[in-house]
Design a protein around this ligand. Structure first.
Ligand SMILES: NC(=O)c1ccc[n+]([C@@H]2O[C@H](COP(=O)([O-])OP(=O)(O)OC[C@H]3O[C@@H](n4cnc5c(N)ncnc54)[C@H](OP(=O)(O)O)[C@@H]3O)[C@@H](O)[C@H]2O)c1
Length: 253
């Protein structure tokens, strides 16, 4: 794997809180130029201020294609080009599978799948023209294993996002080999994710055995440096996923 050594222009969605904010604060002192995207202008401005002169805050809703098209236009106008698009914005849900409504399913797909594809559509023409670029899609262990029934609609959406991401990687390896696609899968992270879930619910910061947003941000930074394509954020995660699939199904006798 080749290492990227120079500073990059990096757009981060969901940069007003949690993992996205931690990533911005971690990358800024390394000289990267940042485009920070989220809806809450006040929270975004705080993060941007911590990041200094090389951070541009763009208030946008990732579920709106036009707003993400405007975000990349703003990035190019300010910094000349974009190297990395981190699709990190996301939302969970707290509702048992049998209770899910049609609008619950729509909401989870809109924010966790369609919004990521709004980002792909916004940035791919630019990456294709330059012949280089990186998409980083922040998924979840729950995108690999359906461990949490109260999050089932989120789990399903992240599985879909994973499948689309893997398919995009195969397509681009043929059509645009310089454009790479990375999936990052955290477990529980101590952020506002739980309390911001649709229908409320348990606070992720109260769960046992989580990790900090800074630890996850360090893995995402590693993905940028190494152009790795698929990373968990905790030791033992890959074995846990493999163990789950090893218990499934049986061949006909
Ligand atoms: N925390 C966990 O336990 C955990 C575990 C595995 C994976 N993840 C994933 O990690 C990613 C980041 O989550 P987090 O833990 O940092 O959660 P968080 O603290 O709740 O932050 C979510 C971020 O997404 C932004 N966002 C949500 N909806 C948006 C929209 N429609 N348009 C623009 N921005 C939007 C929020 O900003 P605004 O509200 O200001 O728009 C916020 O900056 C998500 O994809 C999540 O699925 C989290």
């Amino acid at each position: 794997m080749s290492e990227q050594t120079e500073a990059n222009v990096i757009l981060i969605t969901g940069a007003s809180a949690g993992i996205g904010a931690a990533l911005a604060r971690q990358l800024a002192p390394k000289g990267h130029r940042l485009v920070l995207v989220a809806r809450r202008a006040d929270r975004l401005a705080e993060v941007a201020a911590d990041c200094g002169d090389n951070a541009l805050a763009v208030v946008a809703d990732v579920t709106d294609q036009a707003q993400l098209d405007a975000a990349i236009a703003a990035a190019i106008a300010r910094f000349g080009h974009l190297d990395v698009w981190v699709s990190n914005a996301g939302q969970g849900i707290t509702r048992q599978p049998s209770q899910l409504t049609d609008s619950d399913l729509d909401a989870m797909v809109n924010i966790n799948v369609k919004a990521v594809w709004n980002g792909v559509r916004a940035a791919l023409p630019h990456f294709a023209e330059r012949g280089t670029g990186q998409f980083i899609h922040v998924s979840s262990m729950l995108g690999r294993v359906p461990f949490a029934p109260i999050r089932s609609a989120y789990v399903g959406a992240k599985h879909m996002m994973n499948a689309l991401t893997a398919s995009l990687r195969i397509e681009l390896a043929q059509s645009h080999p310089g454009v790479i696609v990375t999936l990052v899968s955290p477990g529980v992270v101590f952020t506002e994710f739980g309390s911001s879930a649709l229908h409320g619910g348990p606070d992720s910061r109260a769960f046992p055995d989580g990790q900090s947003a800074e630890e996850v941000a360090a893995v995402i930074e590693q993905a940028i440096l190494t152009r790795a394509t698929d990373l968990y954020t905790r030791a033992g995660a890959q074995a846990r996923v493999a163990g789950y699939y090893a218990t499934l199904g049986s061949d006909p006798a």
